[in-house]
Design a protein around this ligand. Structure first.
Ligand code: ADP
Length: 357
């Protein structure tokens, strides 16, 4: 662990000063904040949404959100005064995709002293493509081939940019000539990854590792709805050819999906393998929600290409639970509520520090 990183012990000391009977669940007003705040209410916690000035009116409409604070810049969360206020208020922060993007994984690891649900070290591993690949390798999970240079491309490949781009501007090529033709769309040198494009159907399962119950749950599953690639099939080739449309994989929404039941043991096994590898690679491993983006080929082989080690926006479809969450719970259980339930379970067994970092 880098010496500049905030130590688990520091967060534990802060938690020691918390009034545990009055915890407040806080997050940034975006991504999955509605589900998290609603889950907080269902689990009898107060909630706080930290919003940009432009959207605070939207979050103020919902009476399950107890408090809305507006900020000019999300990085204001890192200011000493702001953090002190959150700590004073017994806040537990729930990092989600936009939270990590706006505040930054590095800043969360080095500057944010407010206790967060889960293991913040996972954010370092999910936001670095090379680390992510070594994580898959340690877990012995099948991944698409990576081409180190364009000259190596010998099949259909996808060119992806580093950093959380949400699929924007990613494109497909079949060989090095097509790559160099498309290179004008690459804005920064060496800021991309060329990966085998796997043909098959997508499944993005939502896992939840409960440290308190020591079980891995499958809470739901989605696929991303991506513009414009999901729209291209609606335009006949004779017209699309003349329009010279270029594909992009910009995420615009999520679609629910269930996998055939015979795939479920494999999907859960992949989750367990990733979880076990996380424990070997970094202290404590994954705690709470994570998602693995995978493609199922016609031979029913699952090939994985992306990890999100926090709540994903695809869970928003399941604010009232999913077909899978109903296998574990006899009540509506969203991923946001499941996080708050885990905090409750930890509180009642005196193990809060095990799920907070
Ligand atoms: P980001 O993490 O930047 O959002 P992803 O790695 O999730 O990017 O890729 C965005 C989209 O591109 C995926 O949802 C999927 O539709 C497509 N995609 C990415 N990698 C592959 C691949 N190796 N094979 C097939 N499709 C892929």
């Amino acid at each position: 662990m880098s010496s500049q990183w905030i130590l688990k012990e520091e967060i534990d000391e802060i938690l020691d000063c918390y009034d545990q009977a009055n915890l407040k669940i806080a997050t940034i007003g975006s991504h999955s904040a509605l589900q998290i705040s609603k889950g907080a209410r269902d689990e009898n916690f107060k909630s706080l949404a930290i919003c940009s000035e432009a959207v605070s009116w939207f979050y103020e409409q919902f009476d399950f959100i107890d408090e809305v604070i507006s900020v000019r810049n999300y990085k204001d969360i890192l200011k000493k005064r702001f953090q002190e206020e959150l700590i004073q208020d017994n806040c537990i922060l729930i990092p989600h995709g936009s939270f990590v993007e706006y505040v930054g994984a590095e800043a969360i690891l080095t500057k944010l002293k407010v206790p967060c649900f889960g293991n913040r070290i996972t954010l370092e591993w999910e936001s670095d493509r090379e680390k992510e690949m070594s994580w898959f390798e340690e877990a012995r999970i099948k991944v698409p081939k990576v081409f180190k240079k364009p000259e190596e491309i010998d099949r259909l490949a996808i060119v992806k940019f580093f950093g959380a781009k949400g699929g924007k501007g990613y494109f497909l090529v079949r060989n090095k000539d097509e790559f160099y033709e498309m290179k004008k769309f690459i804005k920064k040198a060496n800021s991309y990854l060329i990966q085998e494009y796997v043909i098959g159907t997508r499944f993005y399962p939502h896992y939840f590792y409960s440290k308190i119950l020591d079980r891995l749950e499958l809470l739901g599953m989605d696929i991303r709805y991506e513009s414009n690639v999901d729209a291209l099939g609606r335009i006949p080739p004779r017209i699309s050819r003349s329009l010279e449309l270029r594909e992009s994989y910009s995420i615009t929404g999520n679609i629910p999906v269930v996998a055939r039941e015979s795939l479920l043991p494999k999907i859960l096994e992949i989750g367990y393998n990733l979880l076990n590898a996380s424990r070997k690679l970094f202290s404590f491993g994954i705690i709470g929600p994570f998602c693995i983006e995978m493609i199922c080929t016609e031979h029913l082989e699952l090939v994985c290409f992306e990890i999100s080690s926090r709540i994903v926006a695809g869970t928003n479809f399941y604010m009232d639970g999913s077909p899978y969450s109903s296998l574990y719970f006899d009540e509506p259980m969203s991923c946001g509520r499941r996080i708050c339930r885990e905090i409750n379970l930890a509180l009642s067994s005196g193990r809060l520090k095990e799920v907070i970092f």
